[in-house]
Design a protein around this ligand. Structure first.
Ligand SMILES: C[S@@+](CC[C@H](N)C(=O)[O-])C[C@H]1O[C@@H](n2cnc3c(N)ncnc32)[C@H](O)[C@@H]1O
Length: 263
């Protein structure tokens, strides 16, 4: 599959923000412009990634989840979902999904499952949930008779309303049994409208779809009909933070997160 390095891509810009090495000049240029207009964007990315780790730890250690469907998985980094989950439960199973061919090229790093567990990588788009659900690798790795954690972490803000994200989420959740979970996070302009809107504008000008949403809109979109796990929909940095050290300001985090259980 062809990797176009001249066009910036969300996965690579995010990788740049969290300190990875899988990005090209076009991504770095856009990332630098986002940082110029919205200097805390890197904090948002890092707080989001830290939330993802705590979410997987919570689901595996406290909620007893052993299966994950991680859509918008991103480029492999430290503490990928299967690594965090299998540290607690070696038999955990993970299906990773992303639409960036560069993630596909690096996917073997995501396929280093513990022998007791299993991982798979699918090149697919969130906009076609039926294709993800019916993919033979999804069906081979995940048992849809047992609870599954659907991970939509820092991906929904790439799905504007006209692409009907609520419909997409409903299709995915309908396929999961009771006792499954949804983990989601989402960028917002709520706490620093000028800078975060300017950052969004930079991404759009570079050709990416981006629709940041406020917390109530995000909560309604992602978690309607589900039982939110305390503390509910909060800034990513405030979702069961590890330790008692100082945390960034809301105007630096600009990313909401939550976990909910399907009744
Ligand atoms: C900001 S990164 C988040 C990565 C990871 N979930 C995390 O939170 O650390 C967003 C990811 O979603 C992927 N993505 C964006 N839109 C997508 C779509 N429509 N279908 C599949 N993946 C998508 C991007 O390629 C990127 O890897």
């Amino acid at each position: 599959m062809e990797i176009n390095t001249s066009v910036p891509h969300p996965a690579r810009i995010y990788d740049y923000f969290i300190g990875g090495h899988n990005h090209f000049a076009a991504d770095r240029e856009t990332a630098a412009e986002v940082l110029r207009r919205s200097p805390s964007a890197r904090i948002a990315a890092r707080e989001n990634r830290a939330f993802l780790g705590r979410a997987v730890r919570y689901l595996t250690a406290e909620a007893g989840i052993r299966q994950f469907l991680d859509i918008g998985a991103g480029l492999p980094t430290t503490s990928n979902v299967h690594e965090v989950a299998q540290e607690i439960a070696p038999a955990a199973r993970v299906v990773y999904v992303d639409n960036d061919p560069l993630v596909l090229a690096h996917a073997r790093t995501l396929l280093t499952s513990a022998p007791e567990g299993r991982t798979a990588y699918i090149h697919a788009d969130l906009g076609d949930p039926a294709a993800i659900l019916s993919h033979p690798d999804t069906r081979a790795v995940l048992d849809f008779g047992q609870p599954i954690a659907l991970m939509l972490v820092a991906i929904l803000h790439f799905v504007p309303d006209e692409l009907q994200p609520a419909q997409i989420i409903a299709t995915l959740l309908d396929a999961l049994p009771s006792g499954s979970y949804l983990v989601a996070s989402h960028l917002t302009t709520e706490h620093d409208a000028a800078a975060t809107s300017a950052g969004q504008q930079t991404m759009r000008e570079a050709g990416m779809t981006m629709q940041k949403r406020n917390s109530d809109v995000f909560a309604g979109l992602a978690f309607r009909g589900l039982d939110l796990i305390p503390p509910g929909v909060v800034l990513a940095s405030e979702w069961r933070p590890a330790g008692t050290g100082p945390r960034p300001l809301p105007s630096e985090v600009n990313c909401y997160a939550g976990i909910a259980r399907k009744p």
